[in-house]
Structures are given as C-alpha cells and as structure tokens.
Design a protein around this ligand. Sequence first.
Ligand SMILES: *[C@@H]1O[C@H](CO)[C@@H](O)[C@H](O)[C@H]1NC(C)=O
Ligand SMILES: *[C@@H]1O[C@H](CO)[C@@H](O)[C@H](O)[C@H]1NC(C)=O
Ligand SMILES: *[C@@H]1O[C@H](CO)[C@@H](O)[C@H](O)[C@H]1NC(C)=O
Length: 508
Amino acid sequence: MEARVWSCRLAIAVALVALLNVAVVQAEEGEKVLTLDHSNFSETVSKHDFIVVEFYAPWCGHCKALAPEYEKAASLLSSHEPAIVLAKVDANDEANRELATEFQIQGFPTIKILKNGGKSIQDYKGPREADGIVDYLKRQVGPPSTEINSAMDAGNLIDETKISIVGVFPKFSGDEFENFMALAEKLRSDYDFAHTLDAKLLPRGESVKGPTLRLLKPFDELVVDFEDFQVDAMEKFIEEASTPIVTIWDHDTRNHPYINKFLESLSDKAMLFVNFSTEHDSFQPKYKDVAAEYKGKGISFLLGDVDASRGAFQYFGIKEEQAPLLLILKANRQKYLEANIEPSQIASWVKNYVDGLVKPFIRSEPIPVVNNEPVKVAVADSLQDMVFNSGKNVLLEFYAPWCGHCKQLAPILDEVAISFENDPDVIIAKLDATVNDFPNDTFDVQGYPTVYFRSASGNLLQYEGERTKEDIINFIQNNRDKPAHSTSAKPESTESESIDTNSFKDEL
Ligand SMILES: *[C@@H]1O[C@H](CO)[C@@H](O)[C@H](O)[C@H]1NC(C)=O
Ligand SMILES: *[C@@H]1O[C@H](CO)[C@@H](O)[C@H](O)[C@H]1NC(C)=O
Ligand SMILES: *[C@@H]1O[C@H](CO)[C@@H](O)[C@H](O)[C@H]1NC(C)=O
C-alpha cells in the first residue's frame, strides 16, 4: 500500500532519471565504494570499526549528484589510517526494504556512520563534495575533541565561519573533562570540539582558567561561555547558543545549516520576507529587537530575502507582491500572516499573535459558485460544511493537478460519483491540495492521490484499496452509515428522484 501512496512522487522522479542515466554508469566504474545489499550488509558492517553507508535510490537526483563525489572521497580515504570505508545500499530495491526500515530511512540520500562493527550509529551531517566529505569523516574517526596546544592549532581547528566548542581546563582529567568528552562524542557529528589548557590561544573571549565551556560562532555575540558541566545542561546551552537570534535566508550557502535547523525546530516559526537590496536595513534592526525579546519563548525568527527564498513563497502559497511579509507558522502548520508590513508594525503584530488576536490564514480557492459535476469540488473554505457538518458520507480525494496517478483516477471517481448520483447521503469530492490548506492532524497526506472517507457519523478512514470503480463503491457501501429511512441505497439505482437531488444541492 505504501508504495501506492507515494506513487506520484516516484513517477516524477522516474521521468528525471531517464535524462541522467549516463552519469550513473560513469560513477559506478570507480568501485572504491562498496556495494552492499541485504545478503551481505551485516557481515560486512560487523567487520569494520568505521564504515559509512549511503542509502540511496536509483531515481534520486541528489543521489546522482553525490555519487561521483562520494566515489572520489572513498578513493581519497582508501589509504587512511585507521581505515574509513564508504559503502552504499540501494534502499529502493524491494529486497533491501528491511534494511531501510531498520535504519529509518525517510529520504534520499541518507548517510549513516556505523562504528564498532555497527554497534553505534550516527547520522552523517557533513558536506556533499569530496574534500568536505573527507575532512568531515577524518574528524569523525579520531578522538571526539582535539587538543589546542598553540595559536597555530587554534587557527587550524577553529573555522571562523562555523560553530566551534572549546573546553578550557586547568587539567585534562576530572569529572568536568570526562563529561566534556562524553558530550563531544555525542554531538561530534554536529559541531567541532577542541580542548585546551590555555584560553589565551583562542581567537576570541577573555582569558579564563576553567573549567569553562566556550562556544565560538560566526553570528550574534561571537563567543559565549558556560560553566555548568552536567552533560544535559551543556547540551541545552549549545542548542540555544548555536541558534542565531535571527536566522538569515539569503544566497549565502553557509547559512543553509542554520536555515535547516530553523525549519526543523519545533517552535513557532516567524519569517519576515523583504527585498534585501532595498529593504534589509530598514527592517533588520526592529525585527532583531523583537526576536531578542522573544528568545527562548517558543518562537524562532528568520529574515528572508525575497529573491533567495522563492521556494518558500511557492510552498506557503504567498506572493512576492505581498512582501514585506511576516508569516508565522505554528508547529501544527497553521499560518498567520501580515502582508505589506512596515518596520514599525512588527512588534505589535507579533504581540497580537502571542495574545491570540491574529486569525489564522487558511489558503483556499474560492468556493465554486457552480458545483454540479458528479465529483464535487471541495476547497479549504468549504471543507467544514461539505465534509464535517454535512451529515453525509463523503469520499474526498486530495490531488495535485500535475499528478499523473490522479489523472488516471479521475474518470474512475467520475463513474463512482455517477453511480451515487441519486443517493443523497453520499458525496464524492476532490480537493486540490496544492492550493488549499487542510488540517494535517486530521488528514495525513504524504503523496497524491490520497483518498479519505468520512462516514455520516464521523468515522474517518483512509482508502487504501485498489483504485477501481467496483472496489471504491464496495468500500463506500461497507463503511457508510445506512440511511434509517430508506432501503433503496443501491449504488446502481436507476430511479430518478429529483427531490433528493435537489436537497442534495441545497446542502452544498
Ligand atoms: C554484496 O552482494 C551484492 C549482490 O550479490 C554484490 O554486488 C556486492 O558486491 C556484495 N558486496 C560485498 C562487499 O561483498
Ligand atoms: C529588489 O529591489 C531591486 C531594486 O529596486 C529590484 O531591482 C529587484 O527586482 C527587487 N527584487 C525582487 C525579488 O523583487
Ligand atoms: C503536522 O505538521 C507538523 C508540522 O510540520 C508536524 O510536525 C506534524 O507531525 C504533522 N502532524 C501529522 C499528524 O502529520
């Protein structure tokens, strides 16, 4: 069933693969990367202290882009001491599905670092070009933290454009040092760790004797110290200190890790989109003040350049003419927005949002004036009336206009709808999910088409059967609430009951 739910996304990807096949063949000639599958995965992994496994799908564009870089990295690392082995698994192959499930593969490519014969597993969070991969993996294979002994060490280890975490100690022993090392092991895939006896060697911050945890970052305060060496406390400190007050979304790729982190955060997300070339300077200070005021209070802030963040406009269904635009996305995906906002309005609008005075924005097509095709058109604004409050049994298809599988289903749904045309208790409807918002805690739509059925009494089911007229009709008949007054609810009924049809229309 799962394969079918995803089918539309796969279909697009398959079309792209055809164009890119040449590159794949070339990438596979190198052979420094081990190919693993279900038959030899465990055996191979158990033999290595450190093995990197890429889970890929043959149709995935990002995987193709990675392939030559990954191969080159494998070749550069082949003589490394201790050994760093790179491998790959085709997670799309049915035979390897169990492996993909075991490693909780959600997207492609996913790269995992397996240590100690596979006993410890860590996500790969490094770059995707050969030199970056090599660099990152070398740091993952050695000790989790490197000693800084000289200003030159400090210069080599501390990258001005990234976050570095340095433990300053009077001696390299004791609880604080051990906790620091445990933390470094735990978070080594996310940050660079170092330790030193001499804080004066570090490029920023006051000289301290320690024990002190010093975080150096390329934004905001640039350096922050922390002195509680409980592992949990340090972890929380690092999480907070490594999040910019305002995340910047512009064309600078060095900001991408912060944007990803922002988008993944569980807090409410405020995003202000302005034209950086003309509006950045008038908005940035006021916005940053507001962000600082709400720091640690459940809202994260991002400032995006309209030109760099076009993808977000498309995704959220907003338009460039609406910029300067402030949008808040709640964890439950509800949206709140203010178009053409002025710098002086930001603080009061955010306060109103926090006080619950701003109404959520629900993207909807207009409710159609005429809706008399067999399959009814549902939109966000008519969802309540048509599906939840109509007292009918409703089959609702979530579709995308570009989706081929949806096009195949359309005539079948038409036939289903026609067969129920004289049944006032059944509605067949479709909703264009690319331009209408719907509650994702009610409808879990992972691919198109997704079909739900809600019985008159409110029982909600996802339809996962075959996409044939007969199966869909049977499903509706088996799950609908039978009308108490009538016995003639057969789908193929040829009786023409104009009264019922009229009341049916009134309900809409
Ligand atoms: C694992 O098995 C596959 C399929 O039989 C084979 O292509 C691959 O080379 C094997 N890998 C190793 C490391 O033995
Ligand atoms: C931003 O402003 C500049 C200068 O007015 C203009 O040329 C550019 O097209 C604008 N960018 C966007 C995305 O509107
Ligand atoms: C709804 O969307 C939010 C935000 O992306 C997500 O965290 C949550 O898991 C989704 N809920 C369901 C039921 O899918």
